[in-house]
Design a protein around this ligand. Structure first.
Ligand SMILES: [Zn+2]
Ligand SMILES: [Zn+2]
Length: 170
C-alpha cells in the first residue's frame, strides 16, 4: 500500500455521530518521517477512534513507535517506546486553526502522525532513569565501573540543567 495511513471516511461523513475504530501500521520510511530519533525500518502503530461530526471527524487514540537516541549522561545508546496520545480534529473546510484538512473523503493521518512523533520524541534522553553518568574527571562510565576520583559534589549548575532537560522532555 502506497499510503498506509489514509482512511476512506466517506461512510463516516455520511452519518454524523457514527464511530469507527482503526488500527494501522506503517514503517517510519512509509510515512516519510525523517528524524534521527526514528529508524526507517521501525514500525509505527496507530490506534484511533474516529467520530464524525457534521463538518469533520474527531480523532482520538494513540500513536506508538520505538525511538533511539544517545543518553545525555553516559553517551551510550538509549532507546524506548514512545506512546503519544492523540486528540485531533479533521475538517472538510478548515475553520479551527488547530485542525487538519480532510482530502475530500480521505482522512490522511500521515502528517498528523509525523507531527506527533517529532514533537513527543525525547530530545535529550536517558538510557535509564537512574543512569549514573560518566565521571567528569576520568570519564569512566559509572553504570559499569567505579573510579577513585574525588568529585562527589556535583556542580549545582549542571544539576539544574539536567533537571530542566528532564522537564522539557516530558
Ligand atoms: Zn546513561
Ligand atoms: Zn573518575
Amino acid at each position: 500500500m502506497a499510503y498506509p495511513l489514509r482512511v476512506n471516511a466517506a461512510e463516516l461523513l455520511r452519518r454524523p455521530g457514527s464511530e469507527k475504530t482503526i488500527d494501522l501500521q506503517a514503517t517510519v520510511a512509509e510515512i516519510g518521517l525523517h528524524d534521527e530519533r526514528f529508524r526507517e525500518s521501525d514500525t509505527v502503530e496507530v490506534h484511533l477512534r474516529l467520530e464524525s461530526l457534521t463538518d469533520g471527524i474527531v480523532v482520538n487514540g494513540e500513536v506508538v513507535a520505538p525511538w533511539h537516541g544517545i543518553c545525555r549522561r553516559c553517551a551510550t545508546a538509549a532507546t524506548g517506546t514512545l506512546r503519544s496520545e492523540v486528540h485531533e480534529l479533521y475538517q472538510e473546510t478548515v475553520t479551527d486553526p488547530e485542525a487538519f484538512p480532510l482530502e475530500g473523503e480521505q482522512l490522511d493521518l500521515e502528517p498528523m502522525v509525523r507531527e506527533v512523533l517529532i514533537l513527543d520524541a525525547p530530545s535529550s534522553p536517558l538510557c535509564r532513569d537512574d543512569c549514573a553518568g560518566l565521571c567528569p574527571d576520568c570519564g569512566i562510565d559509572r553504570n559499569t565501573g567505579s573510579c577513585s576520583c574525588n568529585n562527589t559534589v556535583v556542580d549545582p549548575r549542571w544539576g539544574a540543567l539536567d533537571q530542566l532537560k528532564g522537564i522539557l522532555d516530558d
